[in-house]
Write a protein that binds this ligand. Structure first.
Ligand code: GDP
Length: 146
């Protein structure tokens, strides 16, 4: 299986609920390597740019208000089969439909405030990573101190 990268975002509800440590633990316990991470607050325009594929959806304005409502944490993750495995770890978009034990099933309050984003394809993973990180901000290898 190919090593892939995916772009996760610990969304503003994850930060607000103080679940950052818990969610990162679950991600690392599932075998994902952290390659880049930072805390930012997106402007409304940045959130609209990130979710531009949804601009015609009825929830677009609410979603981009929410995503720009406070700090969030974009994270670049690497693992074999990262895209699919990460989607499995977080569960379905709607927490009511998410499999028990997934991050969204355990922590999400609603279909909109669903704790975490994950890219849905390798192509989008690349595009979304470039939205938040310059190439030099992505760590290539594990620490040489190991
Ligand atoms: P994802 O790939 O599982 O994050 O889901 P989508 O790409 O379909 O949607 C992007 C984000 O929009 C989701 O993570 C939710 O935060 C939000 N969203 C999706 N569907 C709905 C909806 O029907 N209502 C609302 N309010 N938000 C939604």
């Amino acid at each position: 299986m190919a090593v892939e990268r995916t772009l996760a975002i610990l969304k503003p509800d994850c930060v607000r609920k103080e679940l950052v440590g818990e969610v990162l633990s679950r991600i690392q316990d599932a075998g994902f390597q952290l390659r880049a991470l930072k805390m930012i607050t997106m402007s409304k325009a940045e959130a609209e740019g990130f979710y531009s594929v949804h601009e015609d959806k009825p929830f677009f304005d609410d979603l981009t208000d929410f995503m720009s409502s406070g700090p969030c944490i974009p994270v670049v993750l690497e693992k074999e089969n990262a895209i699919e495995d990460f989607r499995a770890l977080i569960g379905a978009t709607d927490p009511e439909e998410a499999t028990d034990g997934t991050i969204r099933s355990d922590f999400a309050g609603s279909i909109e405030q669903n704790i975490v984003h994950g890219s849905d394809s390798p192509e989008n993973g690349k595009k979304e990573t470039a939205y938040f990180f310059a190439e030099h901000e992505i760590v290539a290898n594990k620490s040489s101190m190991e």
